[in-house]
Structure formats: structure tokens, C-alpha cells
Design a protein. Sequence first.
Length: 314
Amino acid sequence: MVHHTAKDTWLKAKGTYPGCENEYKCKLNSKEECRRKDQEISRLEKKLEDKDVVMNDCLRELKEQHKTRVTELEERVADMKKKIAKLESENNVQKMKLETSIERESSVDSDYGRSSSGRLSNTGRQYSLMSLNSFTSIRTLNNRRMTDSDMSSSLYSTHSSRRRGDYDTPCCPLTRAPSTSSILEKDRRISDLERQLNQHENALRNARRGENDAERERLRDELAHVQVELDRAVATIRQLEGNVQSQEALGGTLEAQYRNALMELETTRDENCALKAKIRRQYKQIELLTQQDETNSALNTFENKLERMDMKEH
């Protein structure tokens, strides 16, 4: 078998078989088309690899950012939970203080009522005893005066000096006995003291009530402030939880996009493999056609030589 180049083969085929020119042009066009497709496939493969690298880098960066963001949000949630626990403890302490102050106020009022009633009862009892003693002493003095008067009238004629002594003797305790004016003065003093005591007790009660009211208002203000801080912390935690959920949703979306990109990449690779297989089959067909053309051209050349030899022999 004689080997020729593609150009010589084409020239011989053109000179020998004019009908093979179109077929050979189609084969050359097929080779050129296969070469262009091969270059296009190489370019697409390179572009796909570049995109795969970029996609992996982007995915890695997004995962790192997502992980960092989730860590920050978890730390902030932990801090806010600590703050909420602290605020709740302070709230409980303020409530206990408020309840203690209310109980102390009620106990002070009850004790104050008992003590004042006891003091008033003791004062009244002392006043009753003093009045009873005063009236008893006055009655005794009057009886003694009447007795001494009778005795002095019966013994006037014989014992004048003794009567004077007996008359002077009972007058001494009479001048020392308390009078009605002194009793009334004592009653007035007792009334004044009781009125002053009541005023002092009322002032003390009002002062304590004012202090308790001020303390209660302060505790209410602190409780309201703590409640506002607690509500703000709860709102912040809810916002952080919403951010975490949005970050998780974003991560899920990115993961779905990554899966879709991988599926597209696998599909493109499958198409590339199928295209390569098709190109290889076309190469084989071209080679077979080329070999067949060379064989046909060689046979034709050999037949021509035989015909010329036959013509020379004749």
C-alpha cells in the first residue's frame, strides 16, 4: 500500500474521481468542525473549572462569615440572657423590699395602736386612782373636822388650852390636803399631756407614712425602670433570634444554590463526556473514510496501471 499526504491524496482523488471532491471537502470540514468543537470544549472546561474554584472560594467565605455571625449572635444572646437574669433578680429583690416595707408599716401601725391604747388606759387608771385617793382624803378630813368640833365643844369649859391644841392639830393636815383647784390643774395638765402625746403620735405616724410612701414610690420607680430594661432586653433577644433565623435561612439558600451549581456542573460534565465520545466517534469515522479513500485511490491507480499495461501489450 502506498502512503500519501492528505493534499496529494486530495489532488489524486480530484484528478481521478471528480465526484469525490465534495465528499473530501465534507470530511475536511468535519475535521475542522471537530477541531473547533474540541477547542470550544477545552475553553468551556477551563471556564467551568475557574467557576468551580470561584464557587468553592465564595462558598467557603460565606460559610466562615455565617459561622462568625452565628457565634457573635450566640454570644450576644448569652449576654442578654445574663442581663435578663440579673434584672429579674433585681426585680425580685425590689419586690421583696416593697413587701417588707409594707409589712413593716402595717406592723408599726398595729404596734403603735396597741402602745397608745395601753398608755391611755394606764393614764386613765392612774387618774382614777389619784381622784379616788383625793376624794377619800377629803372625806376623812371632813369627818375628823366634825369629830374634833364636837370634842372641842364638850371640853371647852374645862380644857380650853387643850381644845386649842386639839383644834390646831387637825388644821395642819387640812392645809396639806390637795384642793379641788389643784385636782383640776392636774386634770388640765393630764389633758394637755395627752393632747401633746396624741399630736406627737400623729406627727410621728404622718412622718412614717410619708417616708413609707416615698420609699414605696422609689421602689415603684425602680421596678418600672427594671421592667423597661427587661422589656428592652427581651425585644433585643427576639431581634437577635430573628437575625439568627434569617442567617440560617440565608445559609440554607446558599447551600441550595451550591447544590444546584453542583448539579449543573455534573450535567455539564456529562454533556462534555458525551460530546467527547461523539467527537471520538467522528474522528474514527474520518480516519476510516480517509483510509477508505486512500485504499480506493490506490486501487484506482493500480487499475489504471494495469489498463495501460494491457493497452501496451495489445
